[in-house]
Design a protein. Structure first.
Length: 201
């Protein structure tokens, strides 16, 4: 039989465990952004103010922590999209989210690659579907409002932005290049479709 004190203690332990989990993810997110996905796990534990044993109880290996950080970032990105669905301007909402997605894609390239290298433990986590659904909802809203071309798909749009992220990974000498390239993509998003090839002069 569990006493009232025992129940309270168990609840406190669960709350402490949840706080430690969230703290480790937050610290890992910052540390991976600074030092890349190969950052020391012991250093992450030190920054979080917990022992390595606590870290490994929550995340038994690097892949588990990488997955938690990437999931957290994707949840943040998709939450942003959900909030933007109620924005006054569908066009402005899509533009704002694509800027956020570009930053996400550039920051998280290393995490995605590291998860692929880690192997089996990383399987079962698919961030692409959630991102695709977020993009599709915002694009559809802009298309219904007539501010985005009707022949554009969310998959094509995301591929264009990912292409910008990949091609500008070493653009430190021109930090404005990613935004300039995204502006060109946005011009195409809002341009009317070209006339059919059969309608020639």
């Amino acid at each position: 039989m569990t006493t009232a004190d025992g129940t309270i203690t168990a609840r406190r332990r669960r709350a402490d465990a949840r706080r430690n989990h969230d703290l480790l993810v937050a610290v890992a997110r910052e540390t991976f952004a600074e030092s890349g996905p190969d950052a020391s796990l012991n250093e992450i534990a030190r920054r979080a103010g917990v022992g390595p044993g606590t870290l490994y109880r929550h995340f038994p290996n690097r892949a588990a922590l990488l997955t938690a950080v990437l999931r957290d970032r994707v949840d943040t990105l998709c939450g942003h999209a959900e909030r933007l669905l109620s924005a006054d301007s569908p066009d402005g909402a899509l533009t704002e989210w694509l800027h956020a997605f570009l930053i996400h894609a550039r920051v998280n390239q290393g995490l995605g690659s590291a998860l692929m290298i880690e192997g089996q433990e990383a399987q079962g986590f698919d961030c692409h579907r959630a991102i695709q659904e977020a993009a599709a909802a915002l694009l559809a809203r802009a298309q219904r409002a007539g501010t985005a071309r009707a022949d554009l798909t969310a998959g094509d749009l995301l591929q264009l932005v990912v292409g910008i992220a990949l091609s500008t990974v070493r653009s430190d000498d021109d930090p404005g290049q990613p935004d300039r390239l995204l502006a060109l993509v946005l011009d195409a998003v809002h341009a009317p479709p070209r006339a059919s090839a059969t309608r020639r002069r």
